[in-house]
Design a protein around this ligand. Sequence first.
Ligand code: 13P
Length: 252
Amino acid sequence: MRIPLIAGNWKMNKSVTEARQFIDAVQGQLPQADVIETAVAAPTLFLQTMLDANAEGTLRVAAETCYYEDEGAYTGETSPRALHEMGIPYTIVGHSERRRYFNETDDVINRKVQAVFRNGMTPILCCDETMGRRTAGEKIHWVVNQVSTALKGVSAEDAAKIVVAYEPSWAIGSGTSASSDQAEEGCYLIRQTLADIYSDDLANGVRVLYGGSVKPDNIAGLMAKSNVDGVLAGGSSLDETSFIQLANYQNL
Ligand code: 13P
């Protein structure tokens, strides 16, 4: 059974104080992790404070990115080994904003996926799709290619643990989510790609999320789709009340 994963991505928002206030506000308001898992990916700068504040909580504190080497002369980068030692379970890899603004290539993303697994964490691998590619009919090739290149050299044992997010960049930050059918189509495509690379069994066990303007008023329709196992929410994960609503989508 795939346990739903309701995840937030704070991007470069909040301060340490605000991060702590968020953790305090969500305590006791989130579902049990074996029913609906919740996670928030936050700037590296806040992670230890959040972990300390969340010691008794069910929320998973996640990283937004890390480097692909474990350590060395890479000024300003974050070591996946150090994240793991802190107790971070998930790291986002390959977000479209990192691809676009920080020139992360498929090769870099593949190395990061391997580094996250090598250090005992789970990548939340993001695949994007632009409206231009969608209208040009390239979206299938594009999404399949991102999944396959990111997983090059990754064993089935590791791949079985991955989380993949379908995040069309035309929906991110736009205020308008993909429709439930479009989200289902993207998540299904990702699952089929995993089945082609590995096996049906493996693909059926992997959680595939949808991201792009997810809000309390559209999450239930998205989560009703059989291939959508969760969401990766940006803007609506910043506010405690809306994150709590997302996590409790079954009661909305
Ligand atoms: P928004 O929910 O703000 O559209 O952001 C989605 C996203 O990029 C999550 O990674």
